[in-house]
Design a protein around this ligand. Structure first.
Ligand code: PMP
Length: 401
């Protein structure tokens, strides 16, 4: 008999499992709104034009080799990534007090940051919003941190529970780490206003809470890379320290290339360089060094003025298509006279709408309409098109009436 005979079957991942179920469904009308990946109006995955161009350049450059990258990744990629999130004129960059390392997309950046904190920071507790991306608690627990939550979403208003957020962060132990979604909060689509961000910043700085930004959607929320980076830049501008995990999965459509970065903004250049030396000790035994291809694509685009400008246009058109899906879905529900206030569909931002549908309604829609989404009622607006909006609106209408 197998020495693994005792191994129990694990449940599917709650998010990726939605696609597994979708793939098994033979219905021609099936609709996958589970995973947060951009689709065109034709329902197809999109490789950005700038990515194709950068790949052409890379392939045609016969001087390029496939040697290992350094442990910290591609230097040009790290430099450009820091500029992208903090701004080209960020004092933190000019003063050399940012340690940036290339990691395996957003997830890997969060994990490396979490492992570093568990080894070198005095406080183990990390506060994550309630709700949050389902992988957050697992990533940080396995990194060795102790996960707590702070109130974030108010189901009654389908908006931010700002009072609850301030109370919970206000009673967190001094020094606690706080995970913040830089923009386009997943799964709720609800972000603080800039004024609220500044209040959060003041409270956190007064209690020495350590900000850890998860930036998985820069440019996807508003369509502007700079606008979406404002909350992060607000925290960096006060001179305090912070962590940022960046992902290029969504904004450059590089999902499977696994390209991202972790930046730690420190008080001074000396601390930053010691922090970087320790990040290498976290990374080396995990995967030695990161992959070269995706980072080369990103570096090629970010350092070339023309490619960069072209990217901002493609990014804006993805963001605009998502915003137009919100309007179309809202209009379709109105046209059907679907009971309830659906204005949150157009108010929420980013890739997802937190519909407010409960797990029973979700499973009804999957069974009767072959519409797939996570059981918390989160739908990916990027997976919708003008052609599929009526089917979704029919499903929601039937589920709530
Ligand atoms: N953080 C959030 C909030 C996300 O939604 C995602 C992707 N779903 C990630 C991080 C990480 O994604 P990736 O590892 O593919 O960059």
């Amino acid at each position: 008999d197998s020495v693994f005979a005792h191994v129990l079957r694990a449940p599917e991942d709650p998010i990726l499992g939605v696609t597994v179920a979708y793939n098994k469904d033979p219905s021609p009308n099936k609709l996958n709104l589970g995973v947060g990946a951009y689709r065109t109006e034709e329902g197809k995955p999109l490789v950005l034009n700038v990515v194709r161009k950068a790949e052409h350049q890379l392939v045609n450059d016969i001087t390029r080799v496939k040697e290992y990258l350094p442990i910290v990744g591609l230097a040009e990629f790290n430099k450009q990534s820091a500029k992208l999130i903090f701004g080209a004129n960020s004092p933190a960059i000019l003063e050399n007090r940012v340690a940036t390392v290339q990691c395996l997309s957003g997830t890997g950046s969060l994990r490396v940051g979490g492992e570093f904190l568990a080894r070198h920071y005095h406080e183990r507790q990390i506060y994550i919003p309630l709700p949050t991306w389902g992988n957050h608690p697992k990533v940080f627990t396995l990194a060795g941190l102790s996960v707590k939550t702070y109130r974030y979403y108010d189901p009654s208003t389908r908006g931010l529970n700002f009072q609850g957020l301030l109370e919970d962060l206000g009673s967190a132990p001094p020094g606690a780490i706080v995970l913040l979604h830089a923009c386009a909060h997943n799964p709720t689509g609800v972000d603080p206003t800039l004024e609220q961000w500044d209040q959060i910043r003041k409270l956190m700085r007064s209690k020495q809470l350590l900000p850890f930004f998860d930036s998985a959607y820069q440019g996807f929320a508003s369509g502007s890379l700079d606008t979406d980076a404002q909350p992060v830049r607000l925290f960096v501008a006060d001179g305090g320290e912070c962590f940022v995990a960046q992902s290029y999965a969504k904004n450059l459509g590089l999902y499977g290339e696994r390209v991202g970065a972790l930046s730690i903004v420190c008080k001074n250049a000396d601390v930053a360089s010691r922090v970087e030396s320790q990040l290498k000790l976290v990374i080396r035994p995990m995967y030695s060094n990161p992959p070269i291809h995706g980072a080369s694509i990103v570096a090629t685009i970010l350092k070339d003025r023309n490619l960069f400008d072209e990217w901002t246009i493609e990014l804006k058109s993805m963001a605009d298509r998502i915003i137009s899906m919100r309007q179309q879905l809202f209009d379709a529900l109105r046209a059907r006279g679907t009971p309830g206030d659906w204005s949150h569909i157009i108010k929420q931002i980013g890739m997802f709408t937190f519909t407010g549908l409960n797990p029973e309604q979700v499973s009804f829609m999957t069974k009767e309409y072959h519409i797939y989404m996570t059981s918390d009622g989160r739908i990916s607006m990027a997976g919708l098109s003008s052609r599929t909006v009526p089917h979704l609106a029919d499903g929601i209408h039937a589920a709530v009436t």
